[in-house]
Ligand binder design. Structure first.
Ligand code: HEC
Length: 257
């Protein structure tokens, strides 16, 4: 048996950050915590964008085209499930379907979530949709809940898969591999990142960290601003207040433009 480097550092960092954010998203599923829930969703979207691009330009095994999806692979995998050997070094066929479904449902959850936030709460980048025409529409909320619940089920399937792999094929050290990157394989199948992959992963990590800092420093920003927040015109239109408000009523500034 060889010790092969299968999961690169960016893949592993993505996995751990994504797992944390999905957990936090479920924990903040509460009306009072919606603001944090939204920011967590947008942060997860940055990770997802990374992972989808990584699926095309990343190293072997992390690329979507290295996911053994074909029905032939599934049959082969199922028939050799109880045997000792496995030809699948990265994700196995069933795991590949689960991974793609997790990425897809997380993506749909975030999109429908930000639409719900805008339509029903009048907050965030879709706050303008909180008009009389859309306001009562609950379609996106229902979809958001559906996708989130499916995502939760997939996470459990993922954990069950890892658990059964641990029982059936302990010698490949699949569970450890997501932390240290190494699996045990017949031949040495190690991967190596090129400079562009390293650079891309590094830039995405910087964007992700910057996004978190930005939200800590500006807790009120366009991603969660509400259209219902009271406007303070004395602050917004200082000049008018100084020059004209002695005689004229202070109308919303829009009426003068
Ligand atoms: C000292 C009191 C006073 C101040 C200060 C003042 N206005 Fe006026 N303003 C008036 C009065 C009185 C009229 C009505 C004049 C009339 O009907 O002939 C008027 C009329 C107007 C009108 C025309 C309204 C219309 O229906 O024709 C505008 C526009 C206007 N003001 C804008 C301003 C702006 C802008 C400022 C600040 C730069 C300002 N005013 C400052 C007293 C004031």
């Amino acid at each position: 048996m060889n010790k092969s480097y299968i999961w690169s550092l960016p893949t592993r960092v993505f996995h751990i950050l994504f797992a944390i954010l999905i957990t936090l998203a479920f924990l903040t599923d509460d009306d009072n915590l919606l603001k944090y829930h939204a920011i967590i969703g947008y942060a997860a979207l940055i990770l997802l964008v990374f992972r989808i691009i990584w699926g095309f330009i990343g190293p072997k095994y992390s690329k979507f085209k290295d996911f053994p999806l074909g029905i032939k692979n599934v049959k082969e995998f199922l028939s050799s499930l109880l045997s000792d050997s496995s030809k699948f070094i990265g994700h196995n066929p069933l795991a590949s379907y689960v991974m793609i479904a997790i990425l897809a449902f997380a993506f749909f959850s975030i999109i429908t979530g930000s639409l719900t936030y805008g339509i029903q709460e009048g907050k965030g980048i879709f706050s303008y949709l909180n008009s009389s025409f859309f306001k009562e529409m609950e379609l996106f909320e229902e979809m958001h809940e559906l996708f989130a619940n499916l995502l939760m089920i997939l996470v459990f399937i993922h954990l069950a898969g890892i658990f059964s792999d641990r029982v059936l094929h302990p010698k490949y050290k699949t569970l450890n591999s997501i932390f240290n990157g190494y699996k045990f394989t017949q031949n040495d199948e190690s991967i190596k990142l090129n400079i562009f992959q390293k650079l891309f992963a590094f830039i995405m990590l910087i964007i992700f960290i910057w996004f978190l800092f930005f939200n800590v420093q500006n807790p009120k920003n366009i991603l969660n601003a509400s259209i219902f927040e009271p406007q303070n015109y004395t602050v917004q239109n200082e000049l008018f207040v100084d020059e004209c408000a002695a005689c004229h009523t202070l109308y919303p500034s829009k009426s003068f433009t």
